[in-house]
Design a protein around this ligand. Structure first.
Ligand code: SRM
Ligand code: SF4
Length: 583
């Protein structure tokens, strides 16, 4: 039996969201997935199965470029599936890279996508290839369990290790938290790994989640100051490593209630930065994560999925209530948060040399898309790197890649490979390009309102020309673009951000902090893509002329009055945006 009961009506008797019943009746996430996969009359699966496969790391999608043509031809949508790997801390071996690279060619669209949560996605998997893909991922000793769905998602942690020992410890913790918070039921293994269903024995249990899992997704990040490359404040739960003067780990500040998703024109939905909750010792991290997750399990809103993230539970009940509830379950009080300082939320590119002679190479990958293009065969190049590399790969939460732990004797060979494929020159881009991210959006994302990944190269070219024209080509400025306000490219933390409104139109946000510690605010709504460079040109020119020494773009636009971020919901919705020129 699971320790947590199934759904019951909330006190105010608002009906539970229909997904709650679906989860409760799914036999621990089995539902009719097998039946749907065996149905050869369609390339898709039922809506119920599509909700349940998410918990197995699989999304049902269709090619949106083909939608209207297929509708006109009276054909069903061009269905395919996206699969997301669970990869705590973003670390994989060269052998695993090669296995995923081959799966992308054999069963998906021939690309690997590095996500903003440090993992891989496969796109364009046809139904007939789905089992082979997921099974192949498991054969590579990886899995896709809980990469999506109302559960704890991929646990992310710092990927640009300067202090290797500290990072190794934090990475081990990320893995431990991820493993501890995995669903325990065996549905995934039966469906995708070929584990036989054995009758009798103990009834299945889901000791942490219960039959209805969480009200909504739950995200955990671990940051190591001064790097905030995981954007820790955008996570439901964050741990910020605190070290002593010698760099030894003392423990973690605990943050709760971050989240970025919102819906246009629904002021009751909004991005929110996490609050500092307390401090815990390294050995308490897993337990603290579990108790915080269970408070959200029991008190999160199961009636309205747009109000179901931890950020709303904390807004509704208050941080003091939340802390008391967590401490009651822990049986001890959390410590007082300690001082810390973040410098940036982007990645540091190129070679990093460790004192023991090993080194890491951080490679810029635009939008995290690993593919072969004429003149830049990134996917083939990385396959060659993987064949030669003896360390590991680390995916960053900014969609980039670290070729990590290169032994001194292996470095010349890797340098030669990077030069041969011009990968060493990828990092020679402008400061804007190196700090730009986009979400996937069209054609695979079913929620996209506008282009994002496919638009980013053009947008970057336009805006970097504006910065170059005023002598600031190398100026680091974070630019984030998403095709809708769900926030997958963490736009509300960007110094400049575009959020898709409708095809070719974006809401423009300004004023995020370069270190990820402040949300931005809406500057102008519904801007046509062709007008964005012209909209920002006078601001960029004024920045060049009037900036204070070392002043960041995001700070400048606030000081000079273009936006006044408050972190409140009105900052993100249209009524607030005047777009008027500042005094
Ligand atoms: Fe996301 C839904 C892609 C990180 C907030 N996200 C989606 C879906 C699955 C669309 C859907 O539900 O049908 C997108 C699939 C697109 C595709 O074709 O691949 C999608 N999200 C992504 C990725 C791949 C963006 C990327 O280009 O890297 C990221 C995968 C992360 C991972 O590996 O797990 C991704 N998504 C994020 C982040 C950033 C983060 O976690 O650091 C956010 C904002 C932080 C947050 O969660 O608050 C984010 N995604 C959402 C939301 C809004 C959630 C909310 O609370 O409102 C949705 C929609 C939903 O859940 O209903 C969503
Ligand atoms: Fe899709 Fe919106 Fe997420 Fe972009 S931000 S991937 S458009 S859900």
């Amino acid at each position: 039996m699971s320790s947590h009961p199934g759904p019951s009506a909330p006190p105010d008797s608002k009906p539970l969201h229909k997904n709650e019943q679906l989860k409760a009746e799914s036999d621990f996430l089995r539902g009719h997935i097998l039946r749907d996969l065996a149905d050869h009359s369609t390339g898709g699966i039922t809506e119920e199965s599509a909700q349940l496969t998410k918990f197995h790391g699989i999304y049902a999608q269709d090619d949106r470029d083909l939608r209207s043509e297929r509708r006109k031809a009276g054909r069903e949508k061009a269905f395919s599936f996206m699969a997301r790997v669970r990869l705590p801390g973003g670390v994989c071996s060269p052998g695993q890279w090669l296995a995923l690279d081959a799966l992308a060619d054999q069963h998906a669209n021939g690309t690997l996508k590095i996500t903003t949560r440090q993992t891989f996605q496969f796109h364009g998997i046809l139904k007939g290839n789905l089992w082979r893909t997921i099974n192949g991922i498991n054969r590579a000793l990886l899995d896709t369990i809980a990469a999506c769905g109302d559960v704890n998602r991929n646990v992310i942690c710092n990927a640009n290790p300067e202090h290797s020992e500290l990072h190794a410890g934090v990475y081990r913790l990320a893995c431990a938290v991820s493993e501890h918070l995995l669903p325990r039921a065996r549905a995934y293994h039966e469906l995708w790994v070929g584990e036989l269903l054995v009758g009798g024995g103990e009834p299945e249990a889901e000791p942490i989640y219960g039959r209805t899992y969480l009200p909504r997704k739950f995200k955990i990040a671990i940051a190591i100051p001064p790097d905030n490359d995981v954007d820790v404040f955008s996570n439901d739960l964050g741990f910020i490593a605190i070290t002593d003067a010698a760099g030894r780990l003392e423990g973690f500040n605990v943050t709760v209630g971050g989240g970025l998703g919102m819906s246009h024109n629904q002021i009751e939905t909004y991005p929110r930065l996490a609050d500092l909750l307390g401090f815990c010792a390294p050995e308490q991290v897993v337990e603290v994560a579990e108790k915080i997750l269970t408070v959200q399990r029991d008190h999160g809103d199961r009636t309205d999925r747009k109000h179901a993230r931890l950020k709303y539970t904390i807004e509704d009940r208050g941080l003091a209530w939340f802390r008391a509830e967590v401490e009651r379950r822990l049986g001890y009080a959390l410590g007082t948060p300690r001082a810390f300082h973040f410098e940036h939320n982007g990645d540091r590119y190129g070679w990093t040399n460790l004192p023991d002679g090993r080194s890491h190479f951080t490679l810029f990958v635009q939008s995290g898309r690993v593919k072969d293009e004429p003149g830049y065969r990134l996917k083939s190049a990385l396959r060659e790197v993987a064949l030669a590399h003896k360390g590991e790969f680390r995916l960053t939460a900014n969609q980039n890649l670290v070729i990590a732990n290169v032994a001194p004797t292996d470095r010349p060979r890797l340098e030669a490979l990077l030069a041969k494929h011009r990968l060493d020159r990828a990092n020679d881009a402008s400061g804007l390009k190196l700090n730009a991210m986009s979400c996937v959006a069209l054609p695979t994302c079913g929620l996209a309102l506008a282009e994002s990944e496919r638009y980013l190269p053009e947008l970057v070219a336009e805006l970097e020309a504006e910065f170059a024209a005023v002598g600031l080509r190398q100026e680091e400025v974070t630019l984030r673009v998403t095709g809708c306000p769900n926030g997958c490219g963490r736009p509300f933390l960007g110094e400049i951000a575009l959020v898709g409104k409708s095809p070719g139109k974006y809401n423009v946000y300004l004023g995020g902090a370069f270190n990820g510690s402040r949300l931005n605010a809406l500057y102008r709504a519904n801007v046509v893509d062709a007008d964005i460079a012209a909209l920002l040109r006078p601001i960029i020119q004024r920045y060049a002329a009037e900036r204070r020494p070392s002043e960041r773009f995001g700070d400048f636009v606030i000081r000079t009055g273009y936006v006044s971020p408050t972190g409140r919901p009105e900052d993100f919705h249209e009524s607030k945006a005047s777009g008027a020129a500042p005094s």
